[in-house]
Design a protein around this ligand. Structure first.
Ligand SMILES: Nc1ncnc2c1ncn2[C@@H]1O[C@H](COP(=O)(O)OP(=O)(O)OP(=O)(O)O)[C@@H](O)[C@H]1O
Ligand SMILES: [Mg+2]
Length: 209
């Protein structure tokens, strides 16, 4: 799939310029709400804007019931457009060190993408399990998929697929950039791999407690 960093699309979708250094104060304000929206964030607009411009990205990890947190995201995902059945395989007891609001934002972002880039009615699966010293979280879809050659590029700022499958979905190419930053601020990483049978699997881990 052709991927582009498209300042024109960025202006159109996000009403910000392509070069951070050229942004005005007003553009910063719009970027703040854009980034917050991209992540489904309600309370961290300033931090989200700061992250886009490369500033520090505060997280406050604490022992968290990851299963409960993910169950809330399942409810969120079921309310998204597209009538996607949302399947969840979440271990009953899952405790990890995490900033609960940040991690909820990451997973909400991933399930939102899953609905945007797959056909209506196709299932989305959320898996979470303990593996040795970590809790592993996966969001799987049966959508258009991501070629392995593009599996790093999609995490870059303002990068979007530009084929006919991606174009109808609104976006600025910020969601995965921010989501990866949030996960990396936890000392982990967010990665993607193709799903056997079609679609994508996004995965990250958290330190188990
Ligand atoms: N689950 C997915 N399946 C297929 N392609 C995906 C998936 N998630 C992301 N992509 C591709 O990666 C690109 C970047 O995703 P990202 O979430 O950063 O931006 P966006 O969804 O385009 O916009 P935003 O999240 O800022 O609203 C998308 O434009 C799309 O081409
Ligand atoms: Mg997105």
């Amino acid at each position: 799939m052709p991927f582009v960093t498209d300042p024109a699309a960025t202006r159109e979708d996000a009403r910000v310029g392509g070069d951070t250094a050229e942004r005005t104060g007003n553009e910063q304000v719009r970027l703040t709400s854009l980034a917050a929206a991209a992540l489904g964030a309600r309370t961290c607009g300033d931090d989200a804007a700061a992250s886009v411009d490369g500033a520090a990205f505060p997280v406050r990890p604490q022992p968290v019931d990851v299963g409960g947190l993910l169950q809330d995201v399942v409810d969120f995902a079921r309310a998204l457009p597209g009538e996607h059945p949302v399947e969840a395989a979440i271990d009953p007891v899952l405790k990890a060190l995490a900033d609960p609001e940040r991690i909820a934002q990451v997973v909400r972002n991933l399930v939102t993408n899953a609905t945007k880039y797959s056909d209506p009615g196709t299932p989305i699966t959320l898996n979470a399990r303990r593996e040795a010293d970590v809790v592993e979280v996966e969001v799987c879809d049966r959508g258009i998929g991501i070629h392995p050659d593009d599996s790093e590029r999609i995490f870059e700022k303002y990068v979007r697929g530009r084929d006919q499958l991606t174009r109808p979905a609104a976006g600025a190419g910020l969601g995965l950039y921010l989501a990866r930053r949030m996960v990396r601020a936890h000392g982990s990483d967010l990665t993607v791999q193709p799903r056997q049978g079609g679609g994508s699997i996004f995965r990250f881990t958290l330190d188990a407690t």
